[in-house]
Write a protein that binds this ligand. Structure first.
Ligand code: IMP
Length: 203
């Protein structure tokens, strides 16, 4: 338990991520990125660059427009890295096939890029940047290894969850219960590391 309870601006509009942070870090009081706030640019080549870029943008914006004091801002840059796609879509995961609206369609498109017999190994990666209102960033990461299913399976989770089978399981993140995803996911591992970093900071 972090004490005193931190009040943190979570700079993301991804509903799936927001739900997971509330479940994974229940002892942090999150404020959501306001509707009138700008989209935060993410132009880096690596998850870490993007997480820091978004955190710096969010802190600056909150300093100028924030409606209440917060201890810091938190950003998440994450994605699915597929062996047979040379690590793609990777940092471009949120921008893969932008002309398709639903993840059911994006997932079908992504699976269609793999030729028969392709290496189906894949990994979810999550990098978090916590930037206190004063002081340097804490950055942490988490990953989970697995493989791609042959079709979209399950309605749980979000994004690429229905095509990702974590190592040691035969169901996708879309089929596994959320509390099981939280015992092994990239985001849960990054959150555990963040909790350790914050606790060390609090002394
Ligand atoms: P970004 O971090 O905003 O660039 O977007 C990350 C994208 O990666 C999301 O929009 C999802 O498409 C995907 N992604 C990240 N984490 C997960 C996850 O836990 N499950 C499924 N898809 C994810």
């Amino acid at each position: 338990m972090l004490s005193p309870m931190l009040k943190v601006l979570l700079a993301s509009r991804n509903a799936g991520k927001l739900r997971e942070f509330a479940e994974l870090l229940p002892d942090i009081q999150f404020l959501l990125w306001p509707a009138n706030a700008p989209e935060l640019p993410e132009t880096g080549a690596f998850f870490l660059d993007n997480a820091l870029q978004k955190a710096e943008g969010a802190r600056l914006w909150w300093r100028q427009h924030g409606t209440e004091p917060v201890d810091g801002v938190l950003t998440d840059d994450s994605g699915l890295c597929v062996e047979a796609l040379w690590g793609g879509p990777g940092v471009l995961s949120a921008r893969f096939a932008p002309e398709l609206v639903s993840y059911r369609d994006k997932n079908r498109r992504l699976l269609g890029l793999l030729p028969e017999g392709a290496d189906r190994r894949a990994r979810f990666v999550c990098v978090l940047a916590y930037l206190p209102m004063e002081g340097p960033a804490i950055t942490v990461s988490g990953a989970v290894e697995g493989s791609l299913a042959f079709e979209h399976r399950g309605e749980g989770g979000f994004g690429y969850d229905p095509i990702f089978i974590p190592e040691g399981h035969d169901r996708t993140f879309g089929e596994l219960p959320a509390d099981l995803k939280h015992t092994l996911s990239h985001r849960s591992r990054a959150c555990a590391a963040l909790r350790r970093g914050l606790a060390a900071h609090q002394g």
